[in-house]
Design a protein. Structure first.
Length: 544
């Protein structure tokens, strides 16, 4: 037991270091935004389109919120409550849209539904319509963006609602039936209130994803806060406006995080120590059964299979234009940086989770929570928060070295792979930390005490006890982080080195130049790699 105290002391330092690294960029962002406030700053922001960005973002959030609540909550309730043709298959098919990044969906649908696309061309040829003589919904609009976000984000609501409905004790439903309640009354007054925290939490998470997105809204010409930040920063070179817009967006995200915590805190339900008998699905037949099948099939088709087919068609149609060497270079850059970030995050999450296990203090737990805040920060905000302090540090270091030694170092960290991996670690640490903490929670602390009593050191305890018990947990966490880093676009666009392309940035560059055929191949690779951990998550949820 003599090694326990030194290990506890040592385990605090990684948490302090990680918390400082996460908090430093955001603190620098706040300081720069406040120090740049001047008398005419607010007027300048208003003239620069602040109300346009705010109004567009709010309208988009409202429409997407209602849409994902209806689609995700409805499919979660249907698949958990009823047994109908294909219900078991839809249990995992409905998660597949998570593997389709929003910007990839935008590329596919914009090519599919635009004036020169196959849908409108077929309609004109079939019915003899002439241009401007018929109405067709415009995909490059706020309504089009809302439709695409609903298609790709509803699984964030579907998964928790389905799990909550499945966890409803059968005794409550039976008691409602004995009192003469109708099935509709039982669903609205018993099942839905129990699933409400899951529904609200999923909708808030979708709202954060909408605010964080840049690729889809930029491609569809919808001016949200993320687009405004990039326009001010990269388009007009107005760093002060970009920083202040980023601070406003960060405040909105913080409000959403606070709201999500309030929803979970005020609507909390406790079960019995003995697990209750789960709610058995009701078997449906006839028209109602097939209506449920169609209701579950439509979101999967619109959110995954239709855009996937459109991308494959475009890739085959423009096969002669593909630059396979450039695709391979981008794939290597993507997999290497995402892989390094996944390994670093798993190691850091391991240290933090074990530190929280051995140092049971409020301060330490608060530090661990601070380290996980980066996941709620949009990529555009994170890019500014990291790039500006790194540039100042590089300039100070270069000036100092040149003054003392006459050597021009240039920029060491700014625009480097190190800065990009650092952004991934800050952004996705919470993904690895949540699973790792859950894995440690299943191992009794008495196991650690027994190993220490036998003379095991900290490294031996990690290698011979924790790693054999938690390697599956680490693997799942690493896969999830890998896919998140694979799909990340805003932070990668801003922080990548010169002449460094990932699959996401390469697809974005091609799509921006209206070369959707060439953008299809890297987009398909991103989707194909993302499907594996998506199905893995579905399997884990199903087992639980």
């Amino acid at each position: 037991m003599s090694g326990a105290l030194p290990l506890s002391r040592v385990s605090r330092w990684p948490a302090w270091a990680v918390a400082a690294l996460v908090a430093l960029p955001l603190a620098a962002l706040v300081v720069m935004a406040l120090s740049g406030l001047q008398a005419g700053t607010w007027a300048g922001l208003v003239e620069g389109g602040l109300w346009t960005f705010a109004g567009t973002s709010v309208r988009l959030l409202v429409v997407v919120g209602f849409g994902v609540a209806l689609v995700g909550g409805g499919t979660g309730w249907i698949t958990a409550r009823f047994d109908f043709p294909g219900s078991r298959v839809f249990g995992w098919l409905l998660v597949l849209p998570l593997a389709m990044p929003g910007y990839v969906l935008a590329y596919a649908y914009s090519d599919l539904l635009q004036f020169s696309g196959p849908v409108q061309t077929t309609l004109r040829e079939s019915f003899g319509w002439r241009p401007r003589e018929y109405w067709f919904p415009e995909i490059r609009s706020l309504g089009g963006a809302a439709f695409l976000f609903i298609c790709v984000l509803f699984p964030y609501v579907y998964l928790p609602v389905r799990a909550a409905v499945q966890a409803t004790p059968a005794s409550l439903v039976e008691a409602g039936a004995l009192t003469g309640r109708s099935p509709w009354a039982i669903s609205t007054r018993i099942v839905l209130p129990l699933a409400w925290p899951a529904l609200a939490g999923g909708v808030i998470l979708c709202s954060m994803e909408v605010l964080a997105d840049y690729g889809a809204v930029a491609h569809l010409a919808v001016d949200t806060f993320s687009v405004g930040i990039y326009k001010a920063w990269l388009g007009y070179g107005d760093r002060a406006a970009a920083v202040q817009l980023a601070l406003i967006l960060l405040a909105i995200v913080g409000a959403l995080l606070w709201l999500e915590a309030r929803v979970r805190g005020r609507r909390r339900f406790h079960g019995r120590s003995v697990p209750a008998r789960p709610l058995a699905p009701v078997a449906l037949r006839g028209a109602r059964a097939w209506a449920c099948t169609m209701a579950c099939a439509l979101p999967v088709v619109l959110g995954f299979f239709l855009p996937l087919g459109a991308l494959v068609h475009v890739a085959l149609r423009d096969a002669e234009t593909h630059q396979w060497a450039r695709y391979g270079k981008a794939a290597w850059a993507t997999f290497s940086t995402a892989g390094i970030a996944a390994v670093v995050i798993v190691l850091v999450a391991w240290m933090l989770a074990y530190g929280a296990r051995t140092v049971n203090t409020r301060t330490f737990r608060a530090l661990v929570r601070v380290a996980a805040l980066g996941y709620g920060v949009p990529g555009a905000v994170l890019a500014i928060a990291i790039l500006i302090p790194l540039a100042r540090f590089d300039n100070l270091l270069d000036a100092g070295v040149e003054a003392w030694f006459g050597v021009d170092l240039g920029l060491l960290l700014t625009g480097s792979v190190t800065a990009l991996v650092y952004a991934y670690v800050v952004r996705f640490l919470a993904v690895g930390l949540s699973g790792t903490e859950a894995g440690f929670g299943r191992i009794s602390v008495h196991v650690d005490e027994a190993a220490r009593s036998l003379g095991a050191t900290g490294l031996e305890l990690a290698r011979r006890v924790h790693l054999p018990l938690l390697w599956r947990t680490f693997l799942v966490a690493g896969l999830l982080v890998f896919v998140d880093a694979l799909k990340e676009l805003p932070a990668t666009l801003a922080l990548r080195p010169f002449d460094f392309e990932t699959l996401a940035t390469l697809a974005y560059q091609y799509a921006r130049d209206e070369r959707v055929g060439e953008a299809a191949v890297p987009s398909l690779v991103v989707v194909a790699v993302a499907v594996v951990p998506t199905l893995l998550v579905t399997r884990v949820v199903a087992r639980r």
